[in-house]
Design a protein around this ligand. Structure first.
Ligand SMILES: [Zn+2]
Length: 220
């Protein structure tokens, strides 16, 4: 598996580690603290809850679909996503409990989460697009100009095309997020104070421009 080429990461990003196991541990923690909680999603999706932050940390605070970093975007730009959308489950309490189980939850930016809301993921795509084990990084790649592209193998796959389009993975903002991610990595790694300040300035100009683009063009 070409994890070192994960399009969601720059050279500075730590690789996702045992996401599924960490999620199980967090689910156990929530259930032991709140034994009457049926829908785990409600606890994790609550901004004020400590579980919200813990959940984000499992994903290194990065959107599992596009790789955008939580810390660089406005705090409200992230949500907890149902990997298989709620329409994939029976419209009953049991169905909602099942949909809201940790195994089905993913840390996501608003743009990706809302974009994929209407998409029903069925086999084999549930496995192919698995974000937790990194399979999705075999489907998409980052080109030399920082755009996210569909890998050759799946270029003619209608479902993958729809997924790519709905999540706006080809958008300009995805490039800027990646550039921001790289600058942020450089900023963190820089020891020289002067250079660090300069990098910080560049980063803040870039992200301001990025957020202005989202507001004026609606180009989430
Ligand atoms: Zn995203």
């Amino acid at each position: 598996m070409a994890r070192d080429k994960d399009y969601r990461n720059t050279e500075y990003c730590p690789i996702l580690n045992k996401v599924e196991e960490q999620k199980q541990v967090l689910e156990k923690e929530i259930k032991s603290e709140f034994p009457r909680t049926k829908i785990v999603y409600n606890k994790v999706n609550n901004w004020d809850s400590v579980y919200h932050k813990k959940f984000a940390q499992i994903y290194n605070n990065k959107c599992a679909y596009c790789g955008a970093l939580w810390g660089l975007l406005p705090v409200e730009s992230f949500e907890v996503d149902h990997f298989l959308n709620e329409a994939s489950f029976p419209d009953t309490t049991e169905g909602r409990v099942e949909a809201g189980r940790m195994i089905n939850l993913v840390w996501s930016c608003i743009s990706c989460n809302r974009g994929k809301r209407e998409i029903t993921i069925k086999p084999p795509y549930d496995d192919l697009l698995n974000v937790d084990n990194g399979n999705i990084a075999m489907v998409f790649r980052r080109d030399r100009e920082f755009y996210i592209r569909i890998c050759n193998t799946y270029q003619n796959d209608k479902f993958i095309q729809q997924f790519y389009k709905s999540l706006h993975l080809g958008y300009e903002t995805r490039r800027l997020d990646y550039l921001g991610l790289q600058l942020e990595g450089k900023y963190q790694a820089e020891k020289d104070e002067k250079r660090k300040n300069k990098l910080g300035e560049c980063l803040s100009i870039l992200m301001k421009e990025r957020n202005r683009m989202v507001v004026t063009d609606g180009a989430l």
